[in-house]
Design a protein around this ligand. Structure first.
Ligand SMILES: Nc1ncnc2c1ncn2[C@@H]1O[C@H](COP(=O)(O)OP(=O)(O)OP(=O)(O)O)[C@@H](O)[C@H]1O
Ligand SMILES: [Mg+2]
Length: 162
């Protein structure tokens, strides 16, 4: 794994703060962007993605719809591909789920929970977001950019604490 070109951390002290941070990222994403999300159960990955979907103008009803798929495509300002790799064990599993097809078309932005299950699922250039539990509702978010565009995205997203 190469070294991150840019790293930033922020602390969120409530679910609302995490949501707001997601909304802001959703407003910045472009087709081809890939964001990997890492963190324990309940760390807030999905919560953040719901904010991203809102920021990307995905109708709320789309995100709420329950499904058992590994990849959830949403249509907002741009397509968003929300994937959860929790139940996958190998790179080969990505073929059968349709994940690779969606990412490779490059027409949308991808948000991938549990990227650490299959790190090879990420393209060379990506943003890796790690969420850690603090006490109570506190969460520490660390974003690492791998590549130029991800670094640019990171800069625009995590301005001095919003
Ligand atoms: N600061 C915070 N940011 C995000 N979520 C928080 C925060 N404080 C408390 N929470 C709560 O933590 C939970 C996070 O759940 P979420 O489903 O987003 O986790 P997850 O990382 O996606 O877990 P899983 O791996 O099980 O999918 C929610 O119930 C949310 O309300
Ligand atoms: Mg989740």
């Amino acid at each position: 794994m190469s070294t991150a070109t840019r790293v930033k951390s922020v602390r969120m002290s409530s679910p609302e703060e995490t949501h707001a941070l997601g909304v802001r990222l959703g407003g910045l994403l472009r087709p081809g962007d890939f964001v990997g999300l890492i963190g324990d159960l309940g760390a807030g990955k999905t919560h953040l993605v719901r904010g991203v979907a809102e920021g990307a103008e995905v109708p709320r009803s789309e995100v709420a719809s329950p499904t058992f798929a590994i990849v959830y495509p949403y249509s907002g300002r741009i397509p968003l591909y929300h994937a959860d790799l929790y139940r996958l064990t190998s790179y080969d599993d990505l073929y059968s789920t349709g994940f690779l097809d969606m990412v490779e078309t490059g027409d949308g932005a991808s948000l991938v929970e549990w990227l650490d299950r299959i790190p090879a699922a990420a393209p060379r250039e990506h943003l890796r977001v790690t969420l850690k539990h603090g006490s109570g509702d506190v969460r520490e978010l660390t974003a690492e950019a791998f590549g130029e565009r991800p670094a640019e995205l990171l800069e625009a997203w995590l301005l001095p604490k919003c």
